[in-house]
Structures are given as C-alpha cells and as structure tokens.
Design a protein around this ligand. Structure first.
Ligand SMILES: [Zn+2]
Length: 250
C-alpha cells in the first residue's frame, strides 16, 4: 500500500542520499563509519524524522548498525556453533553474520519476498521447534503479530535453556497501544505508523517480555559513549531477552 506519508519519506531519503554521493565525489572528509559494512562515510542519509538514518554505502539502518556494533564489541555474541532462527531477514550484514551458524534458519510468514537462500515459512503464532534455538532474532516483527503474548511464549519455548531472543521494535515514549487486524488498514497506519502494524510499542514492551518468562537486558543507544554513538550514528534499543538456565520455580 503506497501512501502520501511513505512517498514523502522516500523522497527525503533519495534527496539526502544524492547529496551524500555528491559530497563524497567532491572529496568531503569521511569522518563517520558504518559497523554494518565497515566503510568510512561522509554521513548518513535521512529517513522519516531521523536525519542520520541510512548508510550511503550499504543502506544499513540505525538498528542494523547498533546490532553490528554490539556484536563487533563483543557485548552480544552470535552462537555460530548453534542454531539461529532469523525472522524477516532483510538486514544483509546480519544474514552474513548469522548464516555462519551451523544451523541457520532464515524465515518469514511470507518467505518468497526475501532474496535469502533456504528461506522457510514460519508463522510465529504457531512456532514449534521446542528447545531448538540458541538465538532468535526479530527486528520490527513483533508489531505485526496478532497476539504478541502468545508469540513471546512460543519464542521462549523454541529456545534452549540459556538461549537468547534479540528483539527490536518501533518505540514511542507512551504506553503500548494494541490494535487488531479487524481495524481498517488506514486506521492502523494513522495510529501505528504503518498499515500492517497491529500495535505501537512503548517502553512497557519490557514487561511483556518478562511476563513470558525471560530475563531482560535493555541496551539503548543513548547509553553508549557519545563520541562512539556519533561516529556510527547509532540509535534504537535492543531488548535482549534470555531464557533462564533452569526453571526458577523448581
Ligand atoms: Zn554501511
């Protein structure tokens, strides 16, 4: 569905991307860097209300750069000797990193739209695979699922003890607002920013993750050293959920 909002966003993106290309061609100093592609860049292009959204070299978003930076720093670890379920794998740098795993499963409800080999169709509402995964990664997925409580419990069940779910969602400062697929797409777009979003998360997303049985660490870009954050134009927040090693109730 193409809307005025999206067309305006895309136009701003193309204009600033062209400007960055011109500045690069004119020899502007490359004093910024992208942890997703490893390139030095003159700056980042605008998207929506974020003036430093995309990498002009590889297109990486702030959340894709944040994930790569955290992995590169060793703050979070990719279990290359284990199993990874990668939902909606449209971040190329993370496909590269995760596909090194011995059991890599790229998946989506609509697998055909991804140029990733061996895509599997997975409906998170009916996720099986009990105790299979060391890592579950889903960026901008949870705001699309009909019942996020059920999906979080499914993810918990699909993880091994000690396994982690790395979740990124669009956030605002207010409490989470839930919608449903019974609402007209126009209303979902108005309330949640995109026609196929069924809710808008706030910081209380954390409570929903804990309620599914996870330990939770929140890693927000605002907690990163300001010089480092500026260098890589890092933004967004990772909800790092860990399944306990053993049942605490025992
Ligand atoms: Zn890049």
């Amino acid at each position: 569905m193409i809307t005025v909002q999206r067309v305006a966003k895309a136009a701003g993106k193309h204009a600033t991307r062209a400007m960055l290309r011109l500045r690069t061609a004119l020899g502007a100093r490359k004093d910024r860097a992208c942890p997703a592609c490893g390139q030095m860049v003159v700056g980042f292009f605008l998207y929506g209300d974020n003036g430093e959204w995309g990498c002009p070299q590889c297109g990486a978003s702030p959340r894709e750069r944040l994930m790569n930076w955290l992995i590169g720093e060793g703050r979070i670890r990719v279990p290359v000797d284990g199993a990874i379920l990668h939902m909606a794998p449209n971040e190329a740098s993370l496909v590269r990193r995760f596909s090194a795993a011995s059991d890599y499963v790229p998946a989506d409800l609509h697998p055909d739209i991804y140029p990733v080999p061996h895509m599997r169709r997975v409906d998170l509402m009916e996720l099986g695979d009990e105790g299979r995964y060391d890592l579950f990664y889903a960026s901008h997925v949870m705001e699309h699922v009909p019942d996020d409580g059920a999906v979080l419990r499914n993810i918990h069940r699909a993880l091994k003890a000690g396994g982690e779910a790395w979740l990124v969602v669009p956030l605002w400062d207010k409490p989470t607002e839930d919608g449903s697929f019974d609402m007209p797409p126009r209303e979902r777009e108005r309330r949640f920013g995109q026609w196929d979003h069924v809710r808008q998360y706030g910081p209380d997303f954390a409570d929903r993750i804990r309620a599914a049985g996870f330990y939770l660490e929140e890693i927000d870009a605002s907690s990163i050293d300001p010089d480092i954050r500026r260098l890589y134009a890092l933004d967004d927040r990772l909800f790092r959920a860990r399944k306990p090693m053993a049942d605490a109730a025992a």
